[in-house]
Design a protein around this ligand. Structure first.
Ligand code: UD1
Length: 374
């Protein structure tokens, strides 16, 4: 079996890593394509190094742009690669623009070259069409032959959209495979200690959603909340390039000085920092899952989440919406108390470090059953 795996942006790399390594362990042919949606060393190279990913077979170098530009550039650059490689499977992960772009190209060529499209992390829904990722999720799922879900609730979302049940397979969460594999190394790194932070006595924040950082009112409200929390406890903010650029443009540099702003961290360093935190405040999807798996309370700085299982079975809660200084500080205090009350914890089903094995089991059985006539 020959599989072509697509990675484009930071949150893709940890999803692709365990699938690639399982493909190779089972003797399949694997081709890794990096679209170049993320290109800064700290957003890309650092992850390849930490995750021991091989250099990509193809680097498409698409870079930043509007949604249309970025999606179109990935499509144009990916099409000749797909024709050249002629794989049995194209595997896309997550919900970034590169995911949809490569899914679209594959869907239009798959009958000509005889390949199937699999989406890993299928069926997550925020039901908020203002999020570019929601558009990417729904369309990628609609185009895919095989929908591999990270949690049981995702199947209902897909069935409700008319996706045939036989295309859906629950595999669990591949990102947690990577988290568990890297955790010993992350703990040995002791990033909190190296930063002079006491374990369990600081907050970690990440912020990059356009809805939070592209508008002065929204970004101002979040930063005000962080400055309030920073009066009680150290707040560490590994800053996304988009957030830094906007904070400076909107004149928020003085507020930023009230929290501990650092450059984006590599994967292992970030896990080390998060693992020692009292609370994480974030608008990232991945961190909602990682904190649930680690048992660290998480306050999600969004109106809703496409990962409700992190609330019902995990450590996540939503900050009151619209975000404001008082509401976020209260959610933070509530999360801190929950940490103190926390008892034994069970991770959601399939968040067990074995998801990539299940992905491969499904790809292999799908290939041999000839289910591609669907
Ligand atoms: C993308 C994903 C988002 C994911 C996030 C993780 C989409 C629609 N969004 O958002 O789902 O959660 O990645 O980080 O695909 N930039 C750099 N260096 C880089 C990459 C980006 O400076 O290596 C800056 C550029 O100014 C760029 C901006 O960040 O314009 C946004 O990058 P982009 O790839 O469009 O989306 P993200 O906000 O990173």
């Amino acid at each position: 079996m020959k599989a072509l795996l697509v990675a484009g942006a930071r949150p893709n790399f940890m999803k692709v890593a365990p699938i690639l390594s399982e493909l190779m362990a089972r003797g399949h042919e694997a081709v890794l394509v990096h679209t170049g949606q993320h290109y800064d060393a700290r957003m890309s190279e650092a992850f390849f190094r930490d995750l021991e990913l091989p250099d990509p077979d193809y680097f498409l170098g698409v870079g930043s742009g509007t949604h249309a530009q970025q999606t179109a550039r990935v499509m144009e650059a990916f099409e000749p690669v797909l024709l050249e490689e002629d794989p049995d499977w194209v595997v896309v992960v997550g919900d970034v623009n590169s995911t949809l772009a490569c899914a679209l190209v594959t869907a239009k060529l798959k009958y000509e070259i005889g390949c199937w499209l699999a989406h890993v992390e299928a069926g997550l829904r925020s039901h908020d069409w203002r999020m570019p990722e929601e558009v990417n999720r729904v369309l990628t799922d609609r185009l895919s032959d095989l929908l591999l879900t990270p949690s049981r609730d995702a199947k209902q979302n897909l069935l409700a959209e008319g996706i045939p049940e036989e295309r859906i397979s629950f595999v669990g969460n591949v990102m947690i495979d990577t988290l568990f594999a890297q955790l010993p190394k992350a703990r040995a790194l002791d990033v909190p200690g190296r930063m002079g932070l006491d374990r369990g006595k600081y907050a970690v924040v990440t912020l990059h959603r356009p809805s939070n950082v592209d508008y002065p009112a929204a970004l101002g409200a979040v930063l005000e909340a962080l400055a309030r929390i920073a009066q009680e406890t150290p707040v560490v903010l590994p800053i996304h390039p988009r957030t830094r650029k906007n904070a400076e443009a909107f004149g928020f540099s003085p507020v930023l000085e009230r929290v501990r702003v650092i450059e984006p961290l590599g994967y292992t360093e970030m896990v080390s920092l998060v693992d020692g935190a009292a609370v994480v405040l974030t608008d990232s999807g991945g961190l909602q899952e990682e904190t649930t798996a680690l048992g660290i309370p998480c306050v999600t700085l969004r109106e809703q989440t496409e990962r409700p299982i992190t609330i019902t079975e995990g450590t996540n809660c939503l900050a009151p919406w619209p975000l404001n200084g008082e509401g976020v500080s209260e959610a933070y205090r509530f999360a801190l108390e929950r940490r103190e009350r926390r008892g034994a914890r069970m991770a959601p089903e399939g968040w067990d470090g074995l998801a990539a094995q299940r992905v491969l089991n499904v790809l292999e059985s799908f290939s041999t059953s000839g289910a591609g006539n669907m």
